[in-house]
Structure formats: structure tokens, C-alpha cells
Design a protein. Structure first.
Length: 285
């Protein structure tokens, strides 16, 4: 028998979970309806969605480079952007391999005298400075949407979370990353703008498929699905994003085909943007 290493097993599990999630999704929606919504989507709105999505990635690379400079890894903003897109490509298309973050660490360690532990720390902080604003905005939209009051206990948890999430993140920085505390406000602010740009991208996708009457619901589910997609259980978040829309819209007794179409279009925009990474020359700074 062929021995499988841990990475291979993880890859197989991710593929199986992704396929299972997609099977469940398309057992609950009409595939021909989803296909029709995607085919008839407004191309100009989709182009705007693509544009704002990439604006968010440009700003994300600027935020990451702030961390790099703090540990004396001096690279240009252009090279930082190249690294970011290369990382996106590895994260999306090679989920079971070295991963985008690992590959960026490898490249920077090869060209700079810096401890791997420092690169790991700033990579984690960069992820958190994006995740915390994502959770905050997801909570705000949840409170403002029709999902509020379906589960009273959850409402209280989310309200408390929205109020405390940034103070708790600051405390976490003081306790675990105090060498980087001087960057907290700048990077957290940039992380918040990144999430707002992604919301604008989602806004245009909603208009592209003609579901603007359910705009707030779709934006809420978009952020919640983005939180779920952070979990390393599927390929590029595909499958779990669509499941979030299916169950979220079903909870409100709404037809789920539009949500699945939205989610697939967002994945296509992400994939198209990430594919740029394969053409970038990562050796040049």
C-alpha cells in the first residue's frame, strides 16, 4: 500500500468535503435556475465587482507590507502585491500543498535574514487584522437584517461580540504580539477598509443577478459565509459558502438559487483574480 503523508490526507479530506458540500447544495436547489441566473448576470456590474475585489487585495498587500517593514523586511509595494497574488493562487488552487502563506514565508526567508518565527507571527497578525473586522461587520449586518430575532440567545451573543471584538483584539495584541502593538490601529483600520471594499464587490454582484430587494440579507450571508470559508475544510471555501447561503435563505423561507449563484460568481471573481498569481515573477523585488 502507498503511504499517504499528512498533507495528502488533508488534501483528500478537503476534496471530499468540498464535493459533499456541493452535492448537498445542488440537491436542494435547481441547477438550471442557478445556471440561468449566472448566464444572465449583468456583465458591467460583475466587472465593477471584480474591480473592487482587487482594490481590496491591493490594500491588503499594503497592510501586509507594513508588517514586513516592521521586522526589517524591506520590499517594494509592487513586490508585496506580487507576493500577495502568488499567495492567493497557492491558497486557492493548491489547498493541500505548501499554501500561499507558507510559500510567501519561504520566499522571504530565502532572500532576507529574518527569523521564520517573525514571519509566522506577522502572517498570523495579518490574517487576524482582516478576520476581526470581518466578524465585526458580519455582526452589524446580522443585527440589522431579518436574521435578527430568530434565535434570541444568538442575538445577545452577537451584540456582545460586536461591542467587545476590537477591545479584545487589542488585549490579544498586548498579550501575544506586543512587539507589534504600535501597528494595531493602522493595520486594523486598513483591515476594516479591506472588508468594506469586499462588501462593495458583493453589492455589485447582488445587483448583477437582480436580487437587490434582498440586498441586506445577501450581504449578511456573504460575510457569514466568508467567516465559514476561513476554516481550512474545503477548496477555496467553495461548497461551504454555498451551504451558508442555502441554509440562511431557507431559514427566512426564501428561494436559495439566487444565493448559490451569487456565491459561485464571487468564487469565479476570486479565482480569476488569484490566477494572476501564476504569471507573476516572484523572484524580482
Amino acid at each position: 500500500m502507498v503511504k499517504l503523508n499528512k498533507k495528502s490526507i488533508k488534501s483528500i479530506v478537503k476534496v471530499l468535503l468540498t464535493l459533499t458540500a456541493l452535492y448537498v447544495v445542488f440537491s436542494k436547489v435547481d441547477f438550471s435556475q442557478v445556471q440561468s441566473i449566472i448566464i444572465n448576470a449583468n456583465l458591467w456590474y460583475l466587472l465593477l465587482a471584480l474591480l473592487f475585489f482587487n482594490f481590496s487585495k491591493i490594500l491588503s498587500s499594503i497592510r501586509l507590507n507594513i508588517y514586513f517593514r516592521h521586522i526589517a523586511v524591506k520590499i517594494s509595494e509592487i513586490y508585496a502585491l506580487k507576493l500577495y497574488y502568488i499567495g492567493m493562487f497557492y491558497n486557492l488552487f493548491l489547498p493541500g500543498g505548501i499554501g500561499g502563506d507558507g510559500y510567501k514565508i519561504y520566499l522571504l526567508k530565502k532572500s532576507h535574514e529574518v527569523k521564520v518565527s517573525k514571519l509566522i507571527n506577522i502572517t498570523l497578525l495579518d490574517r487576524l487584522s482582516g478576520l476581526i473586522p470581518l466578524l465585526f461587520f458580519a455582526g452589524l449586518l446580522f443585527i440589522a437584517s431579518e436574521f435578527y430575532s430568530h434565535y434570541p440567545w444568538l442575538d445577545y451573543v452577537i451584540i456582545i461580540g460586536v461591542v467587545l471584538i476590537f477591545p479584545l483584539f487589542y488585549v490579544l495584541n498586548l498579550l501575544m504580539f506586543k512587539n507589534y502593538i504600535s501597528l494595531f490601529f493602522k493595520t486594523t483600520f486598513l483591515g476594516s477598509i479591506v472588508q468594506l471594499l469586499q462588501l462593495v464587490s458583493a453589492f455589485f454582484i447582488v445587483y448583477a443577478i437582480g436580487y437587490e430587494s434582498n440586498l441586506l440579507i445577501f450581504l449578511t450571508l456573504f460575510l457569514l459565509s466568508s467567516v465559514v470559508a476561513v476554516l481550512p475544510i474545503s477548496i477555496g471555501g467553495i461548497g461551504v459558502r454555498e451551504l451558508t447561503f442555502v441554509y440562511g435563505l431557507t431559514l427566512l423561507e426564501l428561494e436559495a438559487g439566487g444565493g448559490v449563484a451569487f456565491s459561485l460568481l464571487f468564487f469565479l471573481i476570486t479565482a480569476l483574480s488569484s490566477f494572476v498569481g501564476i504569471f507573476l515573477n516572484e523572484e524580482r523585488q
